[in-house]
Ligand binder design. Structure first.
Ligand SMILES: [Zn+2]
Length: 628
């Protein structure tokens, strides 16, 4: 379809309402020429990326787009507020630009007669503190994301735009990326031409302290960990840790039997300065955790499902892509209806692969499943009352991970772990229907494991998911899935069908103990309905819990417990003591500048979720977690 264009601002009527030029819709036609991009990433002192681009274009109106809808974020979260200093020129002559008032990610310019395109210069300003967003440049490392560091022409499918990118790094820094190097000159690296789609899908991590680890020695399609760290000592990896990460690659190959890249790089930052990250790509992932991932191994258990999760996305999310999530460029809105597959099944495999590879023990994995199961048993009153899991797939667009007043009641991105619970139940159902002959492993291979070596997106619909499940074990899968996605029941059927029961006892699991110890917090979600931090500050307060009913709300600070200064241990002792008494637990609470006494009439003691065996059924959870 042809798109009508207005040459420039059009004055409509006597009130002088200005209509902007239209933003041309993307078309599946070849882009003439090559979009050339050079990024100067050397100004780590100011945390500023300096971008120059040469964009071929015919004389006339031209609309340049800053990517708005980001894959992996599933939301209109392109960091437009960090773009500054935009200057557009042609043949050395400055061109005025106009930002589209109805689409602030679009910039209109007029290419003069005689010019073959425009030169664009701007800066991308890294957040300087966490308040402004995720810090992507420190004295020791940087994370270059092409979506943040480029403008591209409207009017084309972004896969039809060929790009040639180069980056100048701080002197002596090394880098990791899925991009292939064409040439080097000093600290400037030029990458081989690649489509704009694949460029945006291929970020760079660079650092002063760098280590590249081979996770699949001798493989034709290599898998590497490119690690940057705040200091060299954090790059130490024991032989056991190396083996476990190599196991991950082999276990996921056994699951899918095919892969969708020519090489894969985990871009892995170990930093307390650069912002943490977990963002999937086809041939790489951006993975950011604290400095002690390897060197304080005992403390890093909670984040050890990150690499399996992001690796799994190369199959689930990047290669197999929900049809309504696929878009022709980065400024067309996405629809997130199938994120319970994209993120839900990836959350499931992230945890299961952590177990199969040895990143987690079977006990640790069960503890994680106990925490998730408790969330969908008692921890999401919003899903039990007003909101369905399906509706939470809209949350990347609604909330964009901003803090929420009542997270548990509002529900947010629950398609991750709620989806995980649904897939656990699907696994048990497949085993039941086939008398143990088939399982979710068969679904994974059939749905994600085709087309070895291909890496164009292979799209699917809800009906395709149902069809593949039916091919493994015929059943009323559509109704089965819809009742869980659209209903309000607890999502813990998979735990029970796998031969385990969710129970609550007064002993925390090792995982909860570790978290409480690390944060200095008290996890009383399933008893009082609060998890106060070290200084007694309240985050989420469980809707309609004893604490909620007594008048506690997020943001309040617990000052004293039964007349004594607050600390986590004192609060737990008070909960335990109240079990054998009739007196309420008395809390002195600070609310803004007001102090008040709150009495919680609660006598059921501490409650922490656990999984215990149901001896009447076989333990198929153990089989699920076992290495293949
Ligand atoms: Zn994910």
């Amino acid at each position: 379809m042809k798109v009508a264009r207005l040459a420039s601002l059009l004055i409509v009527g006597s009130i002088g309402l200005a209509l902007p030029a239209e933003v041309p819709a993307p078309k599946d036609i070849p882009f003439q020429g090559t979009l050339k991009i050079s990024v100067d990433a050397t100004d780590v002192a100011h945390r500023v990326f300096r971008v120059k681009e040469t964009i071929p274009a015919a004389p006339g109106p031209l609309t340049l787009l800053y990517p708005q809808w980001l894959p992996g974020n599933h939301s209109p979260s392109g960091p437009i507020s960090k773009l500054a200093g935009l200057v557009v020129t042609a043949n050395g002559q400055s061109l005025p630009w106009t930002r589209d008032p109805l689409n602030v990610y679009a910039f209109h310019v007029e290419v003069p007669v005689g010019a073959s395109g425009v030169e664009v210069a701007f800066q991308y300003l890294s957040p300087q503190s966490g308040r402004e967003g995720r810090i992507v440049m420190t004295p020791e490392m940087l994370n270059l994301q092409w979506n943040a560091n480029t403008l591209y022409p409207a009017g084309y499918y972004s896969r039809r735009i060929t790009t040639e990118a180069s980056v100048t790094f701080p002197a002596g820094w090394q880098f990791g990326t899925a991009l292939d190097v064409a040439s080097r000159s000093g600290d400037t690296v030029t990458f081989k031409p690649i489509s704009y789609d694949d460029l945006v899908d291929s970020p760079i991590y660079a650092g002063l302290y760098f280590r590249r680890v081979d996770l699949d020695p001798g493989a034709k399609a290599g898998v590497f960990m490119d690690i940057v760290a705040d200091a060299p000592k954090f790059l130490e990896i024991t032989p056991e840790q190396l083996q476990i990460h190599r196991n991950l690659v082999q276990q996921i190959y056994k699951l899918y039997g095919a892969h969708h890249y020519d090489h894969y790089d985990f871009l892995f930052s170990l930093s307390n300065k650069m912002g943490g990250n977990g963002l999937e790509h086809h041939r790489s992932s951006e993975d950011g955790v604290g400095t002690g991932y390897f060197t304080e191994w005992g403390m890093s258990a909670m984040v050890r499902d990150l690499l399996p999760h992001e690796f799994n996305h190369s199959w689930d999310g990047k290669y197999r892509r929900p049809a309504d999530l696929w878009t022709p460029n980065f400024n067309v809105p996405m629809q997130d209806s199938l994120l319970w597959v994209y993120e839900g099944q990836t959350q499931f495999w992230g945890n299961v692969m952590a177990a199969r590879s040895g990143l987690w023990t079977a006990d640790q994995t069960r503890d994680m499943f106990a925490m998730v199961a408790a969330t969908y048993d008692k921890g999401r009153p919003g899903l039990a009352t007003w909101r369905a899991l399906q509706d939470t797939t809209n949350d990347p667009i609604i909330a964009q991970r901003s803090p929420l007043p009542y997270r548990n009641y509002q529900a947010s991105e629950d398609y991750y772990t709620g989806g995980e619970m649904i897939w656990l139940e699907v696994d048990a159902k497949l085993r039941e229907l086939t008398k143990g002959a088939r399982s979710i492993d068969d679904f994974a291979k059939a749905f994600f494991g085709m087309g070895n070596g291909e890496w164009a997106a292979n799209i699917y619909t809800f009906e395709d998911v149902v069809k593949t499940l039916d091919g493994i074990a015929p059943f009323g899968w559509a109704d089965y899935l819809r009742s869980r996605l659209d209903g309000h029941g607890p999502l813990i059927g998979g735990i029970e069908a796998h031969g385990w029961k969710l129970v609550y006892t007064d002993e925390p699991t090792a995982a909860v103990k570790a978290m409480e110890g690390f944060m200095g917090s008290a996890n009383l979600t399933y008893s009082l309905g609060i998890s106060p931090g070290k200084a007694g500050e309240l985050g989420d307060v469980l809707w309609d819990s004893p604490a909620f009913k007594a008048g506690l709300a997020p943001g309040m600070i617990l000052v004293a417990v039964n007349g004594r200064e607050y600390n986590a241990a004192a609060l737990k002792e008070a909960v335990t003591a109240a079990k054998s008494g009739k007196e309420p637990i008395e809390l002195l609470v600070k609310n803004f500048d007001e102090f008040k006494t709150v009495r919680i009439d609660y006598h059921d003691g501490l409650k922490y979720p656990h999984l215990v065996r149901d001896a009447t059924k076989p333990d198929t959870l153990g089989d699920l977690f076992k290495a293949r």
